[in-house]
Every structure is written in structure tokens, then in C-alpha cells.
Design a protein around this ligand. Sequence first.
Ligand code: ZN
Length: 328
Amino acid sequence: MRESLLELLCCPMCRGDLAIDAETREDEEILSGKLRCSGCRKEFLVIGGVPRMLPDALPEDMALTAKNFGQSWKLWKDIDDERYRWQFLRWVQPLQPEDFKGKTVLDCGCGKGRHLRVAAQFGTAQIVGVDLSEAVDVAFANTRDLENVHVVQADIYRLPLKGNFDLAYSVGVLHHTPDPAKSFQSMTQQVRAGGTVACWVYGRENNWWIVKVVNPLRIGITRHLPSWMVRAIAWVLATVIFCGIHLVYVPARWVGWKPFYADYMLYLKDLGFAEARHIVYDHLIAPTAFYLRKDEVAAWFETAKISTPTLSWVQKVSWAGVGRKPAQ
Ligand SMILES: [Zn+2]
């Protein structure tokens, strides 16, 4: 962590200010040390350059989510800035790179740090990535070359942050938390009056077959299997999907026919096999996954008093919501 993070960070227990006691440094980076709260005196360790600010114990479902997704990001830790840039802009639409310029930004659920890199390169003043899992180690390594990026391990329901962000986003994460609506509100509270909130979540519409077929298999079987076995299953399924794409969806496009799920299948083709296999893997290992209707996502914004958000139906399988908090 860099010392400039202290402007944004606070104690997750009592909201008190934190002071850093650095043990090892490398240039501007504090690699190990202790953060101490001026209020309740609680201490938080900095390990491997990342402040560890989780509560002492996590509920069982969140602990399993952290374990499974932490493993997943360690398996697929490579970064491809160009691909992630177009993907990210699709997920935060209609935001554009200039909406990030000069802003203080929060990424809720940063995973391996791919969007931290993209947003930082759009010119954010500072960006903080928060994640529950050990993926923070991958995110730290993946963003170490970028001075305006910070990574913190924390729980979305107890964010150790002062709430002075211009923009907060969460991409592909809220639906994996135990209470997505509450998670959305927790993220939104971190944004100043007049600031922007963006989220992307799995949609319920068109995903009835996942809810009916994949969910029971995931809940009953695959989320409990060892990682190597799920990887093998994901490889087989991704192979079947890619055969389907090339035998059905690509020829269908030639003749102007749009079968069910066409937008998403052609998007997977553009992403490539490795990325698609990772998506399948994540669907099989997630301990918690909600598929949300448009009106449910709209209600989150309404509760946060964000009027007229933009809700986009991405590839007809997911929802991207963006809105602005009222000015004071
Ligand atoms: Zn405290």
C-alpha cells in the first residue's frame, strides 16, 4: 500500500482514522506493517502490500465464496488490457473513459485487478480495489506498476473506507454476495453526493435454464468438488459450447437467423476459449449466485434515491445499471 491510501481508508469497526506503522518498504510501497485505529485501537496487518481488513470471522457462505473465487483468480491471473477494456465498457455502459478521468474511484470486488488496470489507465486520480478473497494478492501484483491503484482485502458489508468516492462500480460481484441489494447500498454509501454508481449483474430474464438446470447442479454438486475436477468439467462444457457456436451460431449469423442466446454465444466466441472456460468454471464453483430481474435492479437505485438510472440489457442475459446520486 502507498501512504496516500490513508486519505481514503478508515477503521471498519468504529470509522476512526488509521495510522500506519511500516515494517518493510520498497520505494513508495509499504509491503508489510500495521494499521492502527486511533479510536478503538484495533490493529490491521499489511501483508504482501495489501491491508487485511476482514472481520475476525466470516459467515460460512461468504468464506466459501472467498475461497472458491480466490482460487479461480489465481488460476486465471493473466491480464489482457485491450480485451478487458472493451468488456469493461460494455459492463459499465453508458459510462465512457472520460467519466473516470481525474476521479476517485472504488471497485467493489476487484478480483485479479483487471478493471482496476483499465479504469486507472482511463486517468483516475486514485482507484481502490476491494475484494473479500485472496485474489487481492493477484490484483496487487497485476497493478503494482500503476501508482494510482490501491488494493484492500475487506468485506463489502464493512467497507473500511471514508465514503468520499466520485464513482463506485461493481462488475460481476453483487450477485455472488448473500444479499445483493444490501451490497449495492453498502457500495453506494461510499459515493459522495452527486457521484456516480455503476453495477453489472446476472439477469434473470433469458437465464431461466441456468436457474432450473445449472443452479441445482452447482449447489448440489460442483461447488463442493475439488478445483481440478471442476476445471476438467468446465473444459468439456466449454468445448461443447464452442462446437455449438461454430456449428450453429456462426452459420446462423450468415443467414440472418438469431437463435436463443445468440448475442451471448457470439460474445463468447469473441472472448476466446480460455476466457469462456473461466466463465463456465465460475458458474460451477460459485457458492452463491442470484439471477436478478430488471425491476429488482431498478429498485436498488430507487432505494438509494437515484432517480432515472440507465438500465441496459447486456447481451440479453445481464443488467448494467448506472446512475447518479442526488446532489446535497
Ligand atoms: Zn476503530
